[in-house]
Design a protein around this ligand. Structure first.
Ligand code: YXS
Length: 260
């Protein structure tokens, strides 16, 4: 594995992001490694998984790798994109997946963290969803994750400002299940929580998790509404603004969006 470390400790599967130089930006290969690690844990009937970064990082993950965003004309967040496959791999994993958060979490990594079953973080944790900063049209399932997690008003504020919420706000809004003072306590408390879950029935937990996923994501829309959403999204990922957002990041300058 080039981008993550994966190991089993006390029957708990642990995935550690390991691309600090690029702030754990989620490139395709890294995402496929995460999926592979989850598949391997499933094969070995690992009942609880922890996803974390290396201790002491300032950035848990900088989100999707902007250099890999497709050119205009191709949906950057379509159903089979690796980021979406990874998010579903977490949602469908037949056991609790705990996000252990130290440092800032950005963009697609924020969505990935939000679909974890629990989040336990330190004071350095923060969460930002950034499509508007890059000119990316988010996708309906991702938008729904945020509304379900933080409610409509804060979801709108996070999407429209692209500004992070800090650890205390995240705890207040229920994004963080627990806020602990230090990385040492974070590791200890997260392992303790995982070990508590190991004592309980894995079949019961797996079925309750799947029921919560189905009920949480259920929001009936007509085919016409679906097609209208896709049309709206296409206008964005076909736009000059989408191209400008990626170029500005790569050229390390502020984007100049023109609304077309
Ligand atoms: O200059 P070098 O070659 O060393 O590379 C720099 C950054 O370019 C690189 N890097 C990234 N490369 C690709 N994609 C990224 N998301 C990304 N983030 C960082 O890593 C090297 C070190 O970054 P640097 O110098 O900026 O580190 P820093 O500690 O000063 O700042 C850390 C961050 C996270 C505040 C900063 O890197 C940053 O703002 N990154 C972009 C965060 C972001 O907007 N992520 C959204 C990605 S797009 C996405 O997730 C979805 C598609 S969506 O937009 O819809 O949410």
């Amino acid at each position: 594995m080039d981008y993550i470390k994966s190991h089993i400790k006390n029957s708990i599967g642990i995935i550690t992001f390991n691309n600090d130089a690029k702030r754990n930006a989620l490139c395709r290969d890294m995402l496929y490694e995460i999926i592979l690690a989850l598949d391997d844990f499933k094969f070995h009937k690992i009942r609880v998984v922890i996803i974390r970064a290396n201790p002491g990082v300032k950035v848990w993950s900088a989100g999707f790798d902007i250099d890999e965003l497709p050119e205009p004309g191709r949906d950057p967040l379509s159903y089979n994109e690796p980021i979406e496959q990874t998010i579903r791999a977490i949602q469908y994993y037949p056991g609790p997946v705990i996000g252990m958060i130290e440092g800032s979490v950005w963009g697609g990594a924020c969505d990935l963290a939000f679909v974890c079953d629990l989040l336990i973080g330190t004071e350095t944790a923060s969460f930002a969803i950034t499509p508007a900063k890059i000119g990316v049209p988010y996708n309906p399932s991702g938008v729904l994750h945020f509304v379900n997690m933080v409610g409509l008003h804060l979801a709108k504020e996070m999407f429209f400002t692209a500004l992070p919420i800090n650890a205390h706000q995240a705890k207040h809004y229920g994004v963080l299940n627990h806020l602990v003072p230090s990385i040492e306590q974070l590791e200890e408390f997260t392992m303790f929580t995982a070990e508590q879950m190991l004592q309980n029935s894995p079949l019961s937990i797996a079925v309750i998790k799947e029921q919560l996923r189905i009920l949480g994501d259920s929001s009936a829309i007509s085919p016409d509404t679906f097609e209208r959403i896709q049309g709206l999204r296409r206008k964005v990922y076909d736009s000059k603004d989408y191209l400008e957002g990626k170029r500005a990041f790569q050229e390390k300058r502020k984007p100049k969006f023109i609304g077309e």
